[in-house]
Design a binder for this molecule. Structure first.
Ligand SMILES: Cc1ncc(COP(=O)(O)O)c(C=O)c1O
Length: 402
């Protein structure tokens, strides 16, 4: 076999990419291992994909609107989809964004990248929940930001800790938060905490990025107000249809102060220029046909069953000393063990036993989480959940005994 020459190009890599961990790509790869019971990736179940309706809409679009659907789109998005998204925000958030306050993005991660590109100079500080979505940590670090963790408790981000950071002279430029069914903890921020966060950030002049990736995936009727509806002058809401519609079209939105949205549109002009028009037209027709709410009802019933099952299974199979969150929506539960539990080592043993999860460490910007792990319940069947948690319980019990 031919041997490869030694690596020559790494010295040429840009400084901002050298620390990139690749952990996200590893998780995506783990989630697709066919012989595994996977609690790893935050993937929607393909059972929720609206295949028949998409087939119908596709035929219609190709017959009647190919010139738009197959063409480039304006950078802020097609006017029809922006109108449909604005109408939906009026219904769900009680506020309709003005035209200049809304843009279509190529998924949520695109919105985070555009915000970083538009707002962050090297060394600027960004506060994130600790733990948080590791794709967001990567997105901000990709623009050489100094990412700082702020603790979370059962009510969401610790606003008092954030204020202490500001008072100590380390006011961040941005605060990134996932208020609903957070990734990775499953925790939802209380209404009081939301008001306090908006108030604190307004006083300190900090822009909030509100990631609502899991907001619509709720198992209860409780819907605390969005941060954007409380502070449209200081909040950019980044939404996605990846978990609700399907991720194959990579679509999302950003709603925020017109000045910030305009700068994000500029930033998009020299990245992918526009989200794909075909997906945009599909989503617009889907929303206008009233299909999203039907899909959400079915998806939420499925994910609620799985959530209930994993919580019940954890109760049966976890040894003493292990605690976990009890989400009311979204895809994730978060486990915490005693300090001596090493979840990175456990992940390798679990993999050998045919179970995948994500250990806690990568969700923290500066250490922590070594005794924690994330379980996604969105993709495993109920029988697999029982079997996977049984195996995991046995591995944790044996790890704690040794
Ligand atoms: C909190 C959060 N935000 C954003 C994303 C990515 O969304 P998108 O597929 O729209 O880029 C994810 C996906 O895992 C997520 O968990």
């Amino acid at each position: 076999m031919q041997t490869l020459p030694p690596a020559r190009w790494s010295p040429a890599f840009a400084r901002r990419t050298r620390g990139a961990s690749g952990e996200l790509a590893a998780i995506l790869a783990l989630a697709s291992g066919s012989d595994l019971i996977t609690f790893a990736g935050g993937f929607p179940d393909p059972e929720t994909f609206p295949v028949a309706i998409l087939a119908e809409l596709t035929t219609c679009l190709l017959a009647e609107d190919a010139a738009v659907a197959l063409q480039y789109s304006p950078t802020p998005g097609l006017p029809g989809l922006r109108d449909a998204l604005a109408g939906r925000l009026a219904d769900t958030d009680g506020r309709r964004p003005a035209d200049a306050e809304l843009m279509v993005t190529s998924g949520n991660i695109d919105a985070l990248g555009l915000l970083a590109k538009a707002l962050l100079d090297a060394g600027d500080s960004v506060a994130v929940e600790a733990p948080t979505y590791l794709g967001a940590i990567d997105a901000f670090r990709g623009f050489e930001a100094d990412v700082r963790g702020v603790p979370v408790d059962d009510g969401g981000i610790d606003v008092a800790a954030l204020e202490r950071l500001c008072r100590a002279g380390s006011t961040p430029k941005l605060v990134y938060t996932i208020p609903d069914h957070q990734n990775p903890t499953g925790i939802t921020m209380s209404a009081e905490r939301r008001a306090a966060l908006v108030d604190a950030c307004r006083r300190h002049g900090v822009l909030i990025i509100e990631d609502v990736a899991y907001r619509d995936l709720t198992f209860t009727d409780e819907r605390p107000p969005t941060l954007w509806s409380l502070g449209p002058d200081i909040v950019v809401q980044a939404g996605t249809t990846s978990k609700t519609f399907f991720p194959g079209v990579r679509l999302g939105w950003a709603a925020g102060p017109a000045e910030v949205i305009a700068q994000m549109v500029l930033a998009k002009q020299n990245s992918d220029q526009c989200a794909g028009a075909f997906g945009q037209r599909l989503l617009e027709e889907y929303l206008r046909g009233g299909h999203m709410d039907t899909q959400l009802r079915a998806s939420n019933a499925l994910y609620a069953r799985r959530c209930h099952r994993i919580l019940a299974s954890l109760g049966v199979h976890m040894p003493a000393g292990i605690s976990w969150t009890r989400p009311h929506g979204g895809f994730f539960a978060w486990l915490t063990g005693p300090d001596r539990l090493d979840t990175t080592a456990l992940a390798a043993r679990a993999r050998d036993a045919g179970v995948a999860f994500v250990p806690g460490r990568p969700f923290y910007p500066h250490g922590g989480g070594a005794n924690q792990l994330r379980l996604a319940f969105s993709l495993a069947t109920e029988d697999d959940i029982d079997e996977g948690i049984r195996r995991l319980g046995a591995l944790i019990t044996s790890a704690l005994e040794n």
